[in-house]
Write a protein that binds this ligand. Structure first.
Ligand SMILES: [Zn+2]
Ligand SMILES: [Zn+2]
Length: 332
């Protein structure tokens, strides 16, 4: 089969022909229907993910169809349409039993310790597999593990209450445009921040209000902002913090430049009762929640472009193209 393989640390990727995967105990083989490109891939290629084994197949977001079932697999059968969490937990420790499998000590990451999904087929552990309901499209499902399910959990961790106002930075990005929809589907009023006048109209389709510009906090504070989902990082963090009303929570998802740091004035967060929630992944419960909202038509995938495995370079060009809105999807 064809796959996008990363040879070694900071050595880039190449499209290669490699042997088809075979399922071991507790695993299935999935024919990939859609995979999705992610900003994290670029950080991985720059060497910011120390747990990567090499060579490794890149890509950590997919929806596919089970084609082969390994020994001991009873919950999944050939023909099931499935997604995978970004990591495989052991399923047995106390975190896993509490439904907090993101904290599992033995978790293994796809495209890190395990091969990822930019391939025609992938080997997936059942502890990370989730069935996709019929009402959810492949495009809607592929966004769940790293985007909509992840945001769903972030808002759950932020204790979002119905009627609260959520501001999303980087609102035209692959995460941002869907974060607006998840927050809205969970009962929030939503504000989208974008730096481009050109993309404000697209953001406006999903947001109750749009703010254009990098200095957005003053405009934002015209109403009480209860939660910020920051999908950018150090370039927006200060304005995000300043946007919040008392008791506000910031769900920090983006980190575009991991070499940058931010100097926090503690008094500001103390006197305003601010909570900073660093946030990365979804659990099974959150993925199922986001899949349900997707199947109900409350979250609609926004696609910036669809590419084949061979067009991976073009895919990353679309991902970095400031004029494009939404997620880049791979159809192997
Ligand atoms: Zn991702
Ligand atoms: Zn565990």
């Amino acid at each position: 089969m064809k796959a996008v393989v990363v040879k070694g640390n900071k050595q880039g990727y190449e499209v290669r022909d490699i042997p088809d995967p075979k399922p071991e105990r507790g695993e299935v083989v999935v024919q990939i229907r859609r995979a999705a490109l992610c900003y994290r891939d670029l950080l991985q290629l720059q060497g910011f993910y120390p747990r990567m084994k090499y060579p490794v197949i890149l890509g950590h977001e997919m929806v596919g169809e089970v084609t082969e079932v390994g020994e001991g697999v009873t919950q999944f059968a050939r023909g099931n349409r499935v997604i995978s969490l970004l990591y495989a937990p052991d399923g047995t420790c106390h975190y896993c039993k509490q439904g907090e499998e993101a904290y599992c000590h033995s978790r293994l990451g796809y495209s890190e310790e395990l091969d990822g999904f930019f391939a025609e087929q992938a080997k997936v552990k059942v502890t990370s597999l989730i069935k996709v309901p019929d009402g959810a499209s492949d495009e809607g499902a592929v966004m769940v593990p790293c985007v909509t399910g992840m945001v769903y959990r972030g808002l759950r961790r932020a204790n979002l209450r119905e009627g609260e106002t959520v501001l999303v930075t980087g609102a035209s990005g692959g995460v941002g445009i869907h974060a607006l929809q998840v927050a809205k589907a969970m009962g929030a009023r939503v504000i989208g921040v974008t730096t481009s006048e050109e993309k404000a109209s697209v953001v406006g389709k999903y947001a109750d209000r749009v703010i254009v510009g990098s200095k957005f906090s003053e405009e934002a504070r015209k109403e009480d902002i209860n939660v910020v989902i920051d999908t950018v990082g150090t370039p927006t963090f200060d304005e995000s913090l300043r946007s919040l009303w008392m008791g506000g929570r910031i769900v920090q998802i983006g980190n575009v430049d991991p070499t940058q740091s931010y100097q926090l004035r503690l008094g500001y967060t103390i006197l305003k009762d601010i909570a900073i929630i660093g946030h990365a992944s979804a659990t099974r419960r959150d993925a199922e929640g986001a899949l349900r909202l997707t199947a109900e038509g409350k979250i609609n995938p926004v696609i910036a472009g669809t590419i084949s495995i061979e067009e991976i370079d073009k895919g990353y060009e679309i991902l970095k193209d400031k004029h494009k809105v939404g997620k880049v999807v791979m159809r192997p």
